[in-house]
Design a protein around this ligand. Structure first.
Ligand code: SAM
Length: 228
């Protein structure tokens, strides 16, 4: 994430990412709220898939609370940090870290028969994905019959962004197209209206609930799997 999302500078290594993402009180509050929500909406021992798992901060938290965790991140530097940070849990088979590029991730056969109860995606990985339907198709394939997706995404209406010229410049696009993108450090950052998320997740999932955290640039979206 870069200036357009309020973060300073480029993400270069897992170490630098952890430093940045734990620096602000508002981000720490957002992470605590997301983790708390996950703990409340799944049953003990549930199976989680963490998409865009970064350095493994959440994966470690979930595994330590007894959830089985499989995780994927596209960035090899993030995965390296994750592998070191969660080494004990990986060795104990409580955390599985998947690798490969994004096309490989999407195409990978669900050989292990993964049947996740919940896909989690914290701190806006979904805002870095242009083609959401193919990602929701993948989530559909790796979740059980009552599978859900909980994603923390950037709110296009965050009041703190109103001071930026890019926000006002993109407002007509948001209303006309339901989305707009600004350049980010890793990929374009795509902000979407709720209706756009709902539309893009169909026919695989239904957007069921939106959770807002006060004075926070993120909102949490809960999707429920649509049965064929
Ligand atoms: C802001 S970080 C959030 C990391 C982590 N979820 C957390 O809570 O700290 C966004 C993450 O999404 C990952 N990402 C971006 N595009 C991705 C893709 N196509 N597939 C998987 N991960 C992706 C990035 O590498 C990065 O680690």
């Amino acid at each position: 994430m870069n200036q357009a999302s309020g973060d300073a500078g480029r993400i270069v290594t897992g170490e630098q990412y952890v430093e940045q993402i734990t620096a602000l009180e508002s981000d720490r509050r957002a992470r605590a709220a997301f983790q708390d929500l996950v703990s409340r909406i799944v049953s003990p021992g549930a199976m989680l898939f963490d998409f865009g798992s970064g350095t493994g901060i959440d994966a470690r938290f979930y595994a330590q609370r007894g959830f089985a965790v499989t995780a994927y991140d596209v960035d090899p530097q993030m995965r390296d940090y994750f592998a070191a940070h969660c080494r004990d849990l990986i060795d104990a088979d409580r955390v599985i870290l998947e690798g490969g590029n994004y096309r490989e991730f999407l195409a990978r056969k669900n050989a292990g028969g993964l049947s996740a109860d919940l896909v989690t995606s914290n701190f806006a990985p979904l805002n870095l994905i242009d083609d959401l339907p193919e990602l929701f198709a993948k989530f559909h394939a790796i979740t059980g019959p009552h599978g859900r997706v909980l994603a923390s995404v950037l709110s296009p209406y965050f009041i703190g962004d109103l001071r930026y010229r890019w926000w006002w410049g993109n407002l007509p696009r948001l209303w006309r197209d339901g989305r707009y993108s600004v350049q980010g450090a890793q990929a374009p950052i795509i902000r979407r209206r709720l209706a756009n998320f709902a539309e893009q997740s169909r026919p695989y999932f239904t957007l069921e609930r939106v959770f807002r955290v006060s004075r926070c640039r993120f909102m949490f979206l809960l999707f429920e799997k649509r049965l064929a």
